[in-house]
Design a protein around this ligand. Structure first.
Ligand code: NAD
Length: 372
């Protein structure tokens, strides 16, 4: 069993799918591990750190040659792994809806592609969930990015020269990223409020010491659908939410948006008129910018200014914390493969529930129901 850890080639991607720690653990399972030279450099991991744990360092062709499993953060360009053997597993965040041509190429080459972002949200798979580990860091970094762009302090400061009042921060969308954003903004001393369409988040917001802002006036609403994810809301709800948010947002200094609906474009939560109602110098961070954006006028990969308000649209926010994001991503992959490791075969053997959820190509075909 040979496991290959390859260098990420996508623009702006600084993470790596394996660390010296996971190399050591894979070796302990009985696998051989090959690492592409330079794969860890942007995540502060030197080649010799991998080698010290028993990895074979080489160029890309040598790394993928004969590999049974190729690990990536993002799915590799099929041309870049042309020497890999048919039947090899590609285990990564494959972004299969946006990268459909790539998925078809994996199928044509006979690879078995496993999309880690399709991991079911069940208790036993929590430690394998790349979406959670990466969103958590993105929520944290979003607040730091906001603080960086904000021309004022977050906490209340009582000084001999007078008092500075605390920043007001509002978090829209309280999943994994939103919860971490609330906790981080609180730790920095902001006055924090938050909203979501799932009523279960109300208690979570309050338990972090923040104020919950919720639509109460529309009867029979509950935004939680399958797998704990949000559903699209009714027109009536959206109107009530917009009114509630409009009056609240005008008083905020910092807004962090994280709202996503699986398989749909991100819901639009903040309009240009609402941005215009905010004080100049306020900052909005749109973590959903790559999925269409929660904020009107947000631009992926840029910080733009509208009505004196900065709108931050950094791409690939977890990659901005490449060392920690890589450490957690690599552990997710190790937790996944080791949970299914069959000692006799010296290889992972997936069960039906998880295998069917994440396997997107097999035997020359696209097999995921979500892609058919
Ligand atoms: P997500 O990234 O899909 O969405 C972010 C948040 O945006 C969600 O809380 C969602 O309700 C909210 N949202 C969507 N539309 C909105 C709107 N119009 N207005 C305001 N908010 C809106 O969410 P996530 O971080 O992946 O978490 C989704 C759920 O999955 C949570 O309940 C989380 O606890 C759960 N979860 C379970 C596991 C597991 O059991 N393995 C792992 C991770 C997350």
């Amino acid at each position: 069993m040979k496991i290959a850890i390859i260098k990420e080639l996508a623009e702006g991607e600084r993470r790596v799918a394996g660390t010296p720690e996971t190399v050591k653990k894979f070796k302990a399972l009985g696998a051989e591990v090959a690492v592409e030279a330079g794969a860890g450099l942007t995540a502060d991991i030197a080649d010799q750190d991998y080698a010290a744990m028993g990895a074979a360092l080489g160029d890309r062709a040598a790394t993928v040659a004969g590999a049974d499993i190729i690990l990536g953060v993002q799915g590799p360009d099929p041309a870049s792994i042309a020497g890999a053997k048919p039947g090899a597993w590609i285990v990564a965040g494959l972004n299969p809806f946006a990268e459909r041509a790539r998925v078809d190429a994996y199928a044509a080459a006979g690879y078995e592609a496993l999309a880690m972002e399709f991991m079911p949200r069940i208790t036993r798979a929590q430690s394998m969930d790349i979406l959670s580990s990466q969103s958590n860091l993105a929520g944290y970094k979003a607040v730091l990015d906001a603080a960086h762009e904000y021309g004022r302090a977050f906490p209340m400061m009582m000084t001999a020269a007078g008092t500075i009042s605390p920043a007001r921060a509002f978090v829209m969308g309280v999943g994994v990223a939103g919860l971490q954003a609330i906790a981080t903004a609180k730790r920095l001393g902001a006055q924090v409020s938050a909203t979501d369409v799932r009523s279960a988040t109300k208690e979570q917001i309050e338990s972090l010491g923040a104020k919950a802002i919720f639509v109460e006036s529309v009867a029979g609403i509950e935004g939680e659908g399958k797998g704990g994810y949000a559903t699209e809301m009714s027109e009536e709800y959206r109107k009530a939410q917009a009114e509630l948010v409009s009056s609240h947002i005008a008083r905020q200094d910092i807004v962090i948006t994280t709202a996503l609906i699986p398989g749909k474009p991100a819901p639009r939560l903040i309009t240009d008129a609402q941005i215009a109602s905010m004080k100049p110098g306020s900052v909005i961070v749109d973590l959903a910018v790559e999925q269409g954006g929660n904020v009107e006028g947000a631009v992926a990969g840029q910080v733009v200014e509208r009505h004196g308000v900065k709108i931050v649209g950094h791409k690939n926010v977890p990659s901005r914390l490449a060392a920690d994001a890589s450490a957690l991503f690599a552990r997710n992959l190790y937790n996944f493969l080791s949970a299914f490791w069959n000692k006799d075969q010296n290889a992972p053997v997936l069960d039906e529930e998880i295998g069917n959820a994440i396997r997107i190509t097999q035997g020359g075909k696209v097999v995921s129901e979500r892609l058919l």
